[in-house]
Design a binder for this molecule. Sequence first.
Ligand SMILES: Nc1nc2c(ncn2[C@@H]2O[C@H](COP(=O)(O)OP(=O)(O)OP(=O)(O)O)[C@@H](O)[C@H]2O)c(=O)[nH]1
Ligand SMILES: [Mg+2]
Length: 303
Amino acid sequence: MKSGFIGIVGRPNVGKSTLMNSMLGEKIAITSAKPQTTLNRITGIYTDLEYEDGEGIQMIFLDTPGIHKPHNKLGAAINETAVNTLDGVDVILLIVDGTQDFGKGDEAVLQLLEKAACPCLLAVNKTDLISPEEYLTLYNRYETTGIFDDIYGVSALKGDNVRMLRDRLAGYMQDGPMYYPEDIATNHPERFIVSEIIREKLMHYLKEEVPHGVFVEIESFEEPEDGDGITEIGAVIYCEKKSHKGIIIGKNGNKLKGVGKAARKDIEALIGGKVYLSLWVKVKENWRDSERTIRNWGYKDDR
Ligand SMILES: Nc1nc2c(ncn2[C@@H]2O[C@H](COP(=O)(O)OP(=O)(O)OP(=O)(O)O)[C@@H](O)[C@H]2O)c(=O)[nH]1
Ligand SMILES: [Mg+2]
């Protein structure tokens, strides 16, 4: 059996979570067009018991928040989560956005990688949006750093080269135990994934500052007593301002209904049964700057 850990890092919005989901063939991490969608480290597990010549493999992907210049305590905490992931993995996969020119933020990430003790691969993502010349410019820029064992152009969205990249990463797995049972794709509790799904819909439906100031807490999760009953879930959406509360609820409650309906569909697919979802909105001012709140809500990496 080969197994190991792959740290997925990069700046916000480059497609880390999309690429992890694509390598898993399953949606575990939420994604959105807005930066700072991922706030915790998200584990995605790929197991194939017949990988090569009958030998099995288990690849444990660690998707991380985008590395950025923090503006509040939450930002600092999630940055730390990403940077900590560079330690204790077998291989690091840096993802960059092929549509963006190399800049200061990229330089800062490279400086972090220079200190990493394990091998690094690079994926230039979103190749579906760029020309071969644009790809080559980025390729050359990164190639000269000497940090990467290999550089791949991929499209996480279209799946181009994703299989090849996963096979290359598999080469870094070592003889080791099976850390998780064969049939699980993540080690996060269902409630956490449910709260993430709700947050994803909020990211999609809300504009500008509002979605970044929301946090979702599952208050109740009651599974049916018989197999095909309804799972009843109650969740609270915390936001930072009274005015945001109004925006989230929307005219005649329409916004919140839309979020609830979209989330319910995904949650039903996740748990494979009917769901009754109740959502409430509450205000918790400046929670992104409250050390205690951040820790209580699990955004602090306390390894
Ligand atoms: N065109 C195109 N869009 C992509 C590709 N990969 C990701 N995206 C889009 O880029 C946006 C960001 O994707 P995410 O996977 O959420 O990015 P992330 O790096 O995880 O972002 P954070 O969690 O905020 O750090 C989403 O709108 C994706 O649909 C790709 O290969 N091609
Ligand atoms: Mg992400």
